[in-house]
Design a protein. Structure first.
Length: 357
């Protein structure tokens, strides 16, 4: 759910959001409409989670965000934040509402050159002030890092930074071309493979945090071998619509990065609006209500027929297809596939070969 489009005080160079400088706020009416369906789902799922993301959720303010959360019952709340606004009052708020916290930071200071404030200044120290507040209040947190240059020589220092920071889980996103972030420098697939191998080396040498991408590879291998895993292999998993509710109540399936954009063929990419249609209906009827999803499945079928890594990847993400293939969802391989999926599994395989008994 997107409580606000505003990313105050950050203005990251690689951000995909089209309205990150405008303060569009989600209304309580939208939150109540979503809760009408979500509360029913949560009654049969003890670990149901609502993720507040897409913009800087803390920019909505404590009072307004609390009002948005109030209609929900029996669910877990989590937030992905740039941490720049976190102070003691926010820490108390996160503890009071039992909100699981994830921060966005790209590693040591010299690796955060794209994370700038709205004034155009480096944001690293502002972010670290918020991180230190979290640590002082004993609030555990995960992290997501964007890597614009997956350089193998930086992987060990990159990992050690997060290990020293004490994050619970680290997710690594190689910079993607999507949304308003166009013309991304294409990472060399060979160097990307070496980066992942070096990152796994660093993790194996000091496995004090969970590495999201390694978990995904291990789950895939476990599924292939028929072992019990936390999630099935992507190619065999049931469709996860992953609905994103934008600030205005519009619901975008599969790729939150499509929210806020329009297309001559597909309109605004939404499946509908929760103010007019219940969320459970929008999810169950998504394929019938959303023409671009049919084109997306055509692309997935092409990936299945042509890509040797499909069993692990499950097909390129919808937003990557759209923004990398001139507004089409039925293209196949993307740069994201190459650097974040194919290079990942090849890098882990390279590590295994180098360290097998």
């Amino acid at each position: 759910m997107q409580p606000t489009t505003q990313c105050l005080p950050m203005d990251c160079a690689y951000c995909y959001l089209p309205f990150r400088k405008a303060k569009h706020l989600m209304s309580v009416e939208v939150a109540e409409a979503v809760a009408g369906s979500v509360n029913e789902w949560a009654r049969t799922n003890p670990r149901f989670e609502v993720v507040w993301h897409g913009g800087e959720p803390l920019a909505a303010g404590r009072e307004h965000w609390a009002a948005l959360m109030a209609p929900f019952e029996g669910i877990e709340h989590s937030v992905q934040t740039n941490a720049a606004l976190i102070d003691d009052a926010w820490c108390e708020f996160l503890l009071e509402h039992r909100i699981r916290t994830g921060i966005s930071i790209d590693g040591p200071e010299d690796m955060n050159t794209h994370r700038l404030t709205v004034a155009g200044r480096p944001g690293f120290r502002v972010i670290m002030r918020g991180v230190e507040r979290l640590r002082r209040h004993g609030i555990p947190f995960s992290a997501i890092a964007v890597v614009s240059d997956p350089a193998p020589e930086k992987a060990s220092r990159f990992y050690d930074f997060f290990a020293d920071l004490g994050v619970t889980t680290l997710g690594v996103n190689v910079e993607e071309e999507e949304g308003v972030n166009r013309g991304v420098k294409c990472a060399d697939p060979v160097r990307a493979t070496e980066f992942w191998a070096a990152l796994v080396d660093a993790w194996r040498a000091n496995p004090v945090i969970r590495l999201r991408e390694v978990d995904r590879v291990l789950d895939f291998v476990g599924a292939v071998l028929g072992r019990r895993v936390t999630s099935p292999a992507p190619a065999s998993a049931l469709w996860d619509p992953m609905p994103t509710v934008a600030y205005d109540g519009g619901v975008v399936m599969l790729s939150p990065e499509l929210a806020g954009f329009t297309d001559a063929r597909f309109g605004d990419f939404t499946t509908g609006n929760v103010i007019r249609t219940n969320l459970d209906v929008l999810v169950s009827d998504a394929e019938h209500r959303t023409p671009w999803i049919t084109e997306f499945w055509s692309g997935v079928d092409s990936c299945r027929a042509t890509c040797p890594t499909f069993a692990f990847c499950g097909g390129a993400h919808a937003a990557n297809r759209y923004f990398e293939h001139d507004g089409r969802f039925d293209g196949t391989r993307t740069r994201y596939c190459t650097t974040a999926k194919i290079a990942l599994i090849e890098g882990v395989t390279r590590h295994v070969r180098a360290h097998r008994p």
